[in-house]
Design a protein around this ligand. Sequence first.
Ligand code: NAD
Length: 363
Amino acid sequence: MNKNIAVIKGDGIGPEIIEQAQLVLDKIAIKYGHRFNYTDVDMGGVAIDKWGEPLPDNMLDLCIKSDSVLLGAVGGNKWNTLPGHMRPEKGLLKLRAGMEAYSNNRPAKIWKQLASASPLRKEIVERGIDFIIVRELTGGVYFGEHKTETQNGIRYASDLLIYSEKEIERICRIGFETAKRRRKKLCSVEKSNVLDSSRLWKKVVHEIAEEYPDIELTDMLVDNCAMQIVKDPSQFDVIVTENMFGDILSDEASMITGSIGMIPSSSLGNGTNGVYEPIHGSAPDIAGMDIANPIGTILSAAMMLKYSFGLEEEAECIEKAVSDYLDAGYRTADIMPHHENEKKSCTLVSCSKCGTLISEFIV
Ligand code: NAD
């Protein structure tokens, strides 16, 4: 298979972690006889410095025309004082909108080797944590009209939460399709006891459910869901929800699995061209030190193989290599255990060593 991958290294630790993911992809290409062609794309602070804007149109074009996009992270203190439209993160929003990537998928999975890193009690973790949050990404309150005004000397602010049934339908379909490939359980999360947009959401998701008789659909209010994620995460397989609820719940879900450096994500639209990136930011505090954990990026590359290129076996091969690496006791600083006893059976490795070791576990 011959695939063109747009690579956005970005800022901070971005270039370091992407380098490791490319090392792993290259090893997969050799093992399975594929060819991955990389095109570097400037986005974020690096693009502001070079081109005067966070994602120039010609760079976005390279992403749209590629088979998929692999992204490190963008942002940093250097660009924090720029006006809103010039911030590195605007590049991200332009990329998602330009690629019509309306569905963000984030797995929350605990690696058995890192179970002690979870802040949850051991008996809860032992029941298993392995679910995906499918979050709507281009609608809802983040994209509605934002207004601040003063009337009779009093300041008012409002943000419009609007969803069309079409927007709800397409994201819920992704939820059902994802559940179909997993344990066939879909939990739709909303706030239908208060919000009209949620009542429409609930109606639409039940209408679509008739087309998926083998998927078990449940409804849950978002406040209850926030509670259930820490009380008994093993009950979830796939959660589908709107933009803001998904933003908040997916951060909560990432926390219970232990480390932000381990979690990948994908953003997809109707086609197969998506954006794959770790969920963390550019970590300016550790940039250039070769100590970042590249596994979230490596697993994002695995998701790209699976969801954009249909290479399931190759994706599983990467996941197994990560598991073997953890079994062998290798740890970057962020996932090093705190207890002296556990520490003794682990070896501290750098970001680059981590990438090299994982690629060596691909045989
Ligand atoms: P962050 O995720 O960059 O860092 C939070 C903490 O986690 C830091 O202590 C960092 O050192 C640590 N960390 C993050 N990734 C790690 C990894 N792979 N290995 C080891 N430790 C890791 O969040 P932040 O500090 O709030 O934001 C830094 C910059 O990143 C900001 O400019 C922010 O806007 C940007 N950001 C970008 C994205 C993105 O590109 N998708 C997402 C979130 C934040």
